[in-house]
Design a protein around this ligand. Structure first.
Ligand code: SAM
Length: 206
């Protein structure tokens, strides 16, 4: 992809969109469970947030968690760079008669209109290259109100490269430092096929 002079951000957006959209168009979406993840159920068991709270689901993909949250009364914003899952999710919400905002945007460039109460990150961070993680952490911090909650499903692949990229918990503790995030105890683990799993943490924005 040629990078036009003076617009590096636009070019990065286009790369992410093109690469991920190509996977959706090829039907290469092995990460998709076809239903809400057990990680969401675990979060709903432990979170202090309730109906009416504004929640962002970044990198939502087909976003099965978005209608699941909307049906429980949360005000949800699903966000993804790829047009195909965004269109799919909008149609699914309409068919179910549920309301949620679904935005097609690069999460490293997008900003909500006002601070939100919660972020549910499921296989979103691990979809980004590690060079982008600091910028992503800054975005998440900037989206949340003080005292808001980031529910993070840290992907454990045990291997180099990605996506998905390995999100080792010691690395995550450096990325989400204690002076910016209040780390709660680990609340569980969600297994994937072929040995990968998510370690589930709730982080409170300071
Ligand atoms: C591994 S998939 C996970 C999808 C969904 N969270 C799930 O668990 O099924 C990663 C998602 O992140 C999206 N994504 C990757 N980079 C992005 C970016 N810069 N901005 C917004 N979405 C992005 C991709 O389009 C893809 O849908």
């Amino acid at each position: 992809m040629p990078i036009s002079e003076g617009s590096p951000v636009d070019s990065e957006v286009l790369d992410a969109e093109t690469d991920w959209e190509a996977r959706y168009q090829a039907g290469s979406t092995r990460w998709d469970r076809g239903a809400p993840s057990p990680s969401l159920e675990r979060w709903l068991e432990v979170t202090a947030l309730g109906p009416g709270s504004r929640i962002v689901v970044p990198g939502c993909g087909f976003g099965h968690e978005v209608p699941a949250l909307a049906s429980r009364g949360f005000r949800v914003i699903g966000l993804d760079v790829a047009p195909t899952p965004v269109g799919h999710l909008r149609r699914e919400l309409a068919q179910a008669g549920l309301e949620a905002e679904v935005v097609q945007a690069d999460m490293l460039a997008w900003q909500p209109e006002g601070p939100v109460d919660g972020i549910y990150d499921q296989t979103s961070l691990c979809a980004l290259a590690p060079e982008q993680w600091s910028a992503y952490e800054a975005k998440l911090h900037g989206w949340l109100r003080e005292g808001g909650e980031l529910f993070a499903c840290f992907m454990q692949t045990g291997r180099e490269g990605g996506p998905p990229y390995h999100c080792a918990v010691p690395t995550m503790r450096q990325l989400f430092p204690a002076d910016r995030w209040g780390w709660q105890d680990e609340v569980g683990r969600t297994d994937h096929t072929n040995g990968k799993y998510e370690q589930l943490f709730s982080l409170i924005r300071r």
